[in-house]
Ligand binder design. Structure first.
Ligand SMILES: Nc1ncnc2c1ncn2[C@@H]1O[C@H](COP(=O)(O)OP(=O)(O)OP(=O)(O)O)[C@@H](O)[C@H]1O
Ligand SMILES: [Mg+2]
Length: 393
């Protein structure tokens, strides 16, 4: 029986978050890709070390699931340095974009070449089998798009070939899925809130309450209504608004006001979230405060997000609490709390640790898919690892 490795992957519009094998094994890649039209010269690649693998993801992807098969892509940080990089736009459907698949396959291939679980053949081909847990926004699941998404993943072998990537140049990974579970994002957040890694209920008071979960992502905001331990599909609402547009606006205003061109939305996130020197940029060598710009744009967004909350709460008046998750919640926390104090005073809660907000989905998929594997008897490779360590003791 072939070994199957657990993969929990949240292909967020802003960034891919994944757990492979174990929950501690994390991968984070900005969701940016750039299609290569010509060959990228192989200069100095030998000098790049392991750390630089993530900054140099350069791959060719073969998969019948792709609209455009056999294309070459730069992925993540490497893509942000080109002038034809694409970040997803609001209104697009995750389940129907090549970009989603390219990101997913790239992450799995990176895991496959670095985890040591799958052995390479003489000609550097690695056969990698995964049991995948992933998710789609509620809106897409409501439209039934999860079905096609799942079957195109299950239906064929997907190959990633590493091109100009240090350590892995020339390696080919054949990805096969033994099982694919597609969960609605809001439900996953709920699971993460109430259950520990063994899916034991850790939050008893919460389990039978009607709760709301507002997930503010890069391009979308999803508000899930949880009732009777389930997502109430009819009540859940998705909005095509996340923080990306505001990040774009901040970038634009910094450009027009200070003449400084930031590379990507990522740079803006850094400016508004970093621990030191937050809200400052360098302008011609002088440290310059841009708080006026970031403040008014983020406040505008917080107001819109607060309106979404009001709207959903009005239709679900018996809700007891709303949890704010997603990276956007981390960015807007202070603004939304201030608005709530001044206005309706809803019972709302944020996570102290912004990483918890950001990793919520991936960790939930991990819990759900591990539980599935335990119950279904898939030959999970990590079980063998556990046996080995048990023996060694
Ligand atoms: N470490 C961080 N601290 C604070 N905010 C962050 C951090 N990382 C990301 N963000 C912000 O959160 C936003 C959304 O991130 P998140 O990972 O939740 O989105 P996503 O899941 O990729 O998008 P979507 O849910 O729309 O698919 C980012 O655009 C960024 O502004
Ligand atoms: Mg998200």
């Amino acid at each position: 029986m072939t070994k199957s490795r657990i993969a929990a992957v949240d292909v967020g519009n802003d960034a891919l978050k994944a757990n492979f094998g174990r929950m501690e094994n994390e991968l984070y890649i900005p969701n940016v890709i750039a299609q290569d039209m010509e060959d990228r010269p192989v200069i100095g690649i030998e000098e790049l070390d392991e750390k630089e693998v993530l900054d140099n993801i350069h791959i060719r992807v073969h998969s019948p699931a792709l609209e455009e098969n056999n294309s070459v892509y730069r992925v993540g940080n490497l893509a942000t340095k080109t002038n034809n990089s694409t970040e997803l736009d609001p209104g697009s459907s995750k389940s129907e974009e090549d970009q989603t698949l390219v990101m997913l396959f790239a992450s799995l291939a990176l895991d496959a070449v670095s985890n040591g679980v799958f052995k390479a053949s003489k000609d550097d081909v690695i056969d990698a089998n995964y049991t995948l847990g992933t998710g789609l926004p509620l809106r897409e699941v409501k439209e039934g798009k999860d079905v096609g998404y799942r079957s195109q993943l299950l239906g064929s072998v997907h190959q990633v070939e590493f091109l100009v990537t240090p350590q892995h140049q020339g390696k080919k990974v054949n990805i096969k899925f033994d099982e694919v579970k597609v969960y609605p994002e809001g439900f996953a957040a709920y699971v993460n809130l109430i259950m520990d890694n063994d899916l034991k209920v850790i939050n008893k008071e919460l389990i039978d309450k009607q709760i709301l979960i507002q997930d503010i992502g890069g391009l979308s905001t999803d508000i899930a209504v949880i009732r009777n331990r389930n997502v109430d599909d009819d009540k859940a609402q998705g909005f095509n608004l996340g923080v990306s547009e505001s990040l774009e606006e901040i970038r634009e205003e910094i450009r027009s006001k200070h003449g400084v061109e930031l590379d990507s939305r990522r740079d803006v996130v850094d400016i508004i979230t970093r621990k030191n020197d937050r809200h400052h940029i360098m302008v011609k060598g002088s440290r310059t405060n841009v708080h006026d710009i970031t403040d008014h744009i983020l406040l505008e967004l917080a107001k819109k997000e607060y309106r979404f909350l009001r709207n959903v709460w009005a239709k679900n008046s018996q809700s007891e609490i709303c949890y704010f998750v997603g990276g956007g919640s981390a960015v807007l926390k202070d603004y939304i709390k201030a608005l709530n104090n001044k206005l309706d005073g809803y019972n709302i809660e944020f996570f102290e640790d912004e990483n918890e907000s950001i990793w919520m989905m991936a960790n939930a998929y991990y819990k759900l898919v591990t539980d599935f594997v335990r119950k279904s008897g898939v030959n999970d490779e990590s079980k063998e690892e556990d046996k080995k360590t048990a023996k060694a003791k």
